[in-house]
Design a protein around this ligand. Structure first.
Ligand code: MN
Length: 298
């Protein structure tokens, strides 16, 4: 089957305009991967970074991976973690967590990276929040690529990051040439072009685009005529129906209404994070005004 490349959409995240390649209307999830923003490259200073103020999450894990630059993560667990290229930040929201992404106070230059979300399965999404930082990740040399394993097992090399569903995440710096590798046929996959232009099974993918690859294939061929960089995502097709709104991954509008009210009312579900940036208010869910109308009197 021919690969059908999808265009991402532009969105605003803090000071950055990002390319959102997941979710797209014809592609809601890739395994448990349910959200992918490609940020930059853009210039930051010691005092002006990504600048995303404190905001909540539920039912997901955030994965932050930088190709260039530095960023500072802070969260309601008390974590304060500088991240650099080659390192991974993994925050598990569970029942609720708050985080902010700030300037580092020391770094000036280009910031370029991705932020991804992984949906937590029903059995774990009400669990405790957590944060882990991996200072180094395993690297695999391919015929025309240097691949870093962010999540799961690639070519027998396993990432130390902990996920509970079958998942694959690989960053690959691709050299001009042909790079062919094996895929797990029980996983679905997608290729996100981060830099340069690649051919995914012969079909062109450029930055801002995502190439979905349905389950059932056991190999993939990437061709590059110029230096390029891609992100390969994969995983077991996620069997649960998600309801995603704003920063919440839930299963229904009613559930999101509860999370919305907890954030608005500063309920104990979400902690506090000390940040120089202002707290971000949630927009009113579009279904709320209808719910809040008084019942008709008879
Ligand atoms: Mn966030």
């Amino acid at each position: 089957m021919t690969v059908e490349v999808l265009d991402g959409v532009q969105a605003q995240v803090g000071r950055f305009t990002v390319r959102r390649v997941l979710p797209r209307r014809p592609l809601r999830t890739v395994g448990a991967w349910c959200f992918a923003d490609h940020m930059g490259p853009a210039e930051v200073t010691e005092t002006a970074g990504l600048d995303v103020g404190p905001h909540p999450h539920t039912g997901l894990q955030t994965v932050t991976w930088l190709m260039d630059g530095e960023a500072l993560h802070k969260d309601s667990l008390g974590s304060e973690q500088l991240i650099r290229p080659g390192q991974l930040n993994l925050m598990t929201a569970g029942r609720g967590v708050v985080h902010a992404e700030e300037a580092t106070g020391t770094y000036r230059g280009t910031l370029h990276g991705v932020q991804l979300w992984v949906a937590q399965p029903d059995a774990e999404r009400a669990g405790e929040p957590a944060f882990e930082h991996h200072a180094a990740l395993p690297v695999v040399e391919g015929s025309a690529a240097t691949a870093t394993v962010l999540a799961g097992d690639f070519a027998g090399t396993v990432s130390p990051a902990r996920f509970t569903t079958g998942l694959l995440g690989v960053d690959a710096v691709v050299r001009p040439g042909v790079w062919a590798f094996g895929l797990r046929p029980d996983f679905e996959h997608a290729v996100v072009a981060l830099e340069g232009e690649v051919l995914v099974d012969g079909v062109v993918a450029r930055p801002g685009q995502i190439a979905p690859l349905p389950a059932g294939r056991d190999e993939l061929r990437i061709d590059a005529r110029q230096p390029a960089r891609i992100l390969l995502l994969g995983g077991t097709p996620f069997p649960e129906k998600l309801f995603m709104w704003w920063n919440f991954v839930a299963r229904s509008a009613d559930e999101v209404s509860g999370f919305y009210a907890d954030w608005r009312d500063r309920g104990e579900r979400f902690g506090d994070v000390a940040s120089v940036l202002g707290r971000i208010d949630a927009p009113v869910p579009p279904w709320e005004p209808i719910r809040e109308r008084p019942a008709p009197t008879v």
